[in-house]
Design a binder for this molecule. Structure first.
Ligand code: UD1
Length: 370
């Protein structure tokens, strides 16, 4: 390859990474005479419905490198990614590694790159839940601490990084790439047949997604959430696409009887259909990070079953409510929203579909001498 061309490797591993790296990959094609952009998939998520469908739907090419790491304890998974990614970096010697979000692949790859003196850029930097029992919080803090370029989605991220003493020159307020993907795919999302397939009327159903260890790794918590969903499934349709972690815990804890026949359980749903479901829902009940942002952008009320959120703008400006893990409180908020008292949100600053443009411009400026 022409040695004047810079090489950038972006890492994806788990479901929420794919829609964050896709717009960056497409944007880099504009710079292809100067920057060669490659994608490394760690294989943290590997099921067709957790991984491949996203590549297909987002129009991403097959990854240039696939590490095939799969599931395991935190140490096994993180270490597996590190060992395999080091080999890729030794071979490829990129000029920059881009990581996104807060999953185990994010910290694993940034740590390897940084120790090989390869600069690291973190997309979605600065978010903090202040809950160090969440594996994602540890991944966020550590990744930010060693990153050279920190791309921030919301004000709180800027404040957090400043407070942690990060050099202002490393921080870029670029907006939200997850919203870029939503904007880029808007017409496909609108054409999805999912409502017809599931026999749903726009505004007439609730979408629920639950997968956080704090909610699903304890029988009592998971049972409480299922009981709450059962209650609302009596009056209207509740669509519940089940994450593999949640599905296996329903089985392990023998909670099958807690799933009422009124609840509509499905396999994990692909990106396009899922966003159509979110867009047309009356209400979302979730513990996901990304869905808090997507529902805020789409103006759909969202009740988050967590005590904290690393995305506070979705609560202060958006349509999100933090219900905590107290199901009585969640019940009151849901009832109130369904009564027609949902707050009207606004779209946060720079969630405009152009975050990838700003990120790639900053990378170009940093890598390519003018
Ligand atoms: C991971 C991320 C989490 C993110 C979530 C989105 C970390 C620490 N957690 O959590 O931040 O919100 O992805 O989904 O990185 N499994 C499958 N098929 C798959 C993937 C997983 O069956 O394709 C099952 C396995 O039993 C596995 C379990 O799900 O043990 C959990 O997977 P893992 O990648 O460890 O964490 P997630 O809960 O998916």
């Amino acid at each position: 390859m022409n040695s004047n061309i810079k090489k950038v490797i972006s890492v994806v591993g788990a479901r929420p990474n794919f829609m964050k790296i896709a717009p960056i990959h497409f944007e880099f094609q504009k710079y292809k005479d100067k920057i060669h952009h490659l994608i490394c998939h760690t294989g943290q998520h590997y099921d067709e419905k957790m991984s491949k469908i996203f590549f297909d739907e987002l129009g991403l090419p097959a990854p240039d490198f696939y590490l095939g790491i799969g599931s395991g304890s935190h140490a096994v998974q993180t270490a597996g990614v590190m060992v395999a990614f080091e080999k890729i970096l030794l071979e490829e010697k990129p000029d920059l590694v881009i990581v996104a979000g807060d999953v185990n692949s994010t910290i694993a790859c940034s740590l390897v790159a940084k120790k090989m003196h390869i600069p690291v850029a973190h997309v979605e930097a600065g978010l903090r839940s202040w809950d160090r029992e969440m594996p994602e919080e540890i991944n966020r803090i550590l990744t930010d601490a060693i990153s050279d370029m920190l791309f921030v989605t919301e004000d709180s991220g800027l404040e957090n990084l400043r407070r942690e003493g990060v050099d202002a020159n490393k921080i870029f307020f670029t907006g939200n790439v997850m919203i870029d993907s939503l904007v880029n795919n808007a017409s496909l999302i609108d054409r999805s047949p999912v409502l017809k397939d599931l026999q749903l009327a726009p505004g007439g159903y609730i979408v629920a997604t639950i997968h956080r260890p704090s909610n699903v790794d304890k029988a009592e918590s998971l049972a409480g959430i299922l009981q709450l969903l059962n209650k609302y499934a009596k009056g209207r349709k509740v669509i519940f696409p089940v994450h593999p972690r949640t599905r296996s815990n329903i089985k392990n804890f023998k909670l099958e009887n807690e799933v009422s026949p009124d609840l509509i359980l499905t396999e994990p749903i692909g990106y396009i259909d899922f966003l159509n479901l979110v867009k047309n829902a009356r209400l979302i009940v979730t513990d996901s990070g990304g869905i808090q942002e997507e529902s805020t952008y789409l103006g759909v009320p969202c009740v988050t079953l967590r005590d904290n959120t690393e995305r506070p703008v979705t609560v202060t400006k958006g349509t999100n409510y933090l219900a905590g893990t107290d199901m009585a409180k969640a019940d009151r908020i849901i009832a109130d929203v369904l009564d027609g008292n949902a707050k009207k949100g606004v779209i946060p600053e720079l969630w405009d579909g152009r975050a990838a443009q700003r990120i790639c411009q900053a990378v170009y400026k940093a890598l390519v001498p003018s």
